[in-house]
Design a protein around this ligand. Structure first.
Ligand code: GCU
Length: 402
């Protein structure tokens, strides 16, 4: 973790200028200026300057929000035999190993469409294990920790998340679905304040911004990409990350950090995802860091009630995906995930797509966005949930770009 700020917007706001080169260590919250409007994502109108600015943004997000990640440890994948026939295609489970030998592997479930070679891939975390996506008894039950809410009244978790993942329909539309149980990387345990479970003890992050669970999950997504990009079963150049809510935050974070991910579809990702921390609506930084402190680097909680002191906002994270396609989806009645704040974030990030030669977001006459453009935000009726019909929106967007 680099503890210094490059000369830029923040240095100017803090010091009134730079005087050349690097300036300040990342200041603590009480030394940061309070600025009500989200800071500008771009500091230069030249596309040549974007990669340096992008690197600076990545460091700001690591330091102040998510925590850093360890050096990349490329993963290896071992496919299980036999490949199973399932409705609409085939299923194979891949053991993805990375890091020290004792580190828990990722068990990547890969649903492959019938008759399509090297299909594009929708890559998504799941909450309860790969076996929770279908009622097929041949899919091995995850042995990793699962929340109590994964089980039905009889304690059964198989098929528990099937309504969120219309697997046969995804396959019918010609896409593979790659998914793994998030607990393979890090159990979603708010009491784990000292990062003692999951991948954390095996791959510690040195420095003053330890990684939280969202960063660990995103790191795991990249390890799945290590396997997918070299696999002959799918097209590693057409991987989209998809996720709902906390997993939508991860779909965005993983794509922001990993340029091999060709598309991001964060669904109702809310605070810590697409929506602005400075937004008046929805979940506050105080609420999210109170109930889910483990998701972030500990210092993010210092911005509770002090959002205006953040030297960034979530449109910085969105902008890191540019110029790759990104669709953010919200529910009209999903107050907590803050659809207006997400829309504003997309609008603020748009200038980076344009800088990089994309048309970016295209607002139509009725105030909605063109869902075939590279950057888009949309809502659908309803509240906070992921349902089968959401996938039609995701897959239509993917069809328009892949
Ligand atoms: C909570 C949390 C949100 C999160 C959501 C979810 O509501 O406050 O930030 O997105 O859980 O993951 O369903």
């Amino acid at each position: 973790m680099v503890g210094r700020l490059a000369c830029g917007w923040l240095a100017v706001a803090l010091l009134g200028g730079c005087g050349g080169g690097e300036t300040e260590a990342f200041p603590p919250v009480d030394e940061l200026p309070s600025i009500l409007d989200p800071p500008p994502v771009l500091e230069s109108a030249s596309a040549d300057d974007w990669s340096a600015r992008r690197a600076e943004i990545a460091e700001l997000l690591d330091h102040y929000v998510y925590g850093g990640t360890p050096e990349s440890v490329p993963a290896t994948g071992t496919e299980a035999a036999p490949i199973l026939d399932v409705e609409g295609g085939r299923y194979v489970e891949v053991t993805v190993r990375y890091g020290p030998a004792a580190a828990p592997p990722i068990v990547l479930g890969l649903f492959l469409p019938e008759g399509v070679s090297r299909s594009p891939v929708m890559l998504a975390l799941n909450k309860c294990g790969n076996h929770s996506l279908t009622t097929d008894p041949r899919i091995p039950e995850s042995t990793a920790w699962a929340a109590e809410s994964c089980a039905d009244e009889s304690g059964e978790t198989r098929g528990a998340r099937a309504s969120l993942f219309p697997v046969a329909r995804i396959l019918e539309r010609g896409y593979a679905l790659a998914t793994f149980h998030e607990s393979d990387v890090d159990p979603d345990d708010a009491s784990d304040r000292d990062r003692s479970d999951g991948i954390h003890p095996h791959l510690p992050v040195e420095g003053d911004a330890p990684w939280g669970t969202l960063a660990a999950w995103a790191y795991g997504v990249s390890r799945a990409v290590d396997y997918l990009e070299s696999s002959s079963l799918v097209d590693g150049a057409r991987i989209a990350t998809v996720g709902h809510s906390r997993r939508g935050k991860v779909a965005l974070l993983a794509a922001a950090r990993d340029p091999r991910i060709a598309m991001a579809i964060p669904h109702q990702s809310g605070t810590g995802g697409v929506t602005l921390s400075r937004s008046d609506g929805g979940e506050s930084v105080m609420a999210i860091t109170l109930f889910f402190p483990h998701w972030f680097t500990p210092g993010f909680a210092d911005f509770a009630g002090e959002e205006a002191r953040l030297p960034l906002d979530q449109h910085f994270l969105v902008a890191m995906v540019a110029p790759r396609p990104l669709l953010a989806v919200d529910g009209v009645d999903d107050f907590w995930a803050d659809p207006p704040g997400a829309r504003r974030s997309i609008e603020l990030a748009d200038e980076v797509w344009e800088l990089l030669g994309s048309e970016g977001a295209v607002e139509l006459g009725d105030g909605t966005f063109d869902l075939t453009a590279d950057l888009a935000w949309t809502t659908r009726p309803g509240e906070h949930s992921m349902v089968a019909s959401d996938w039609e929106i995701f897959l239509d967007f993917a069809d328009a770009h892949f």
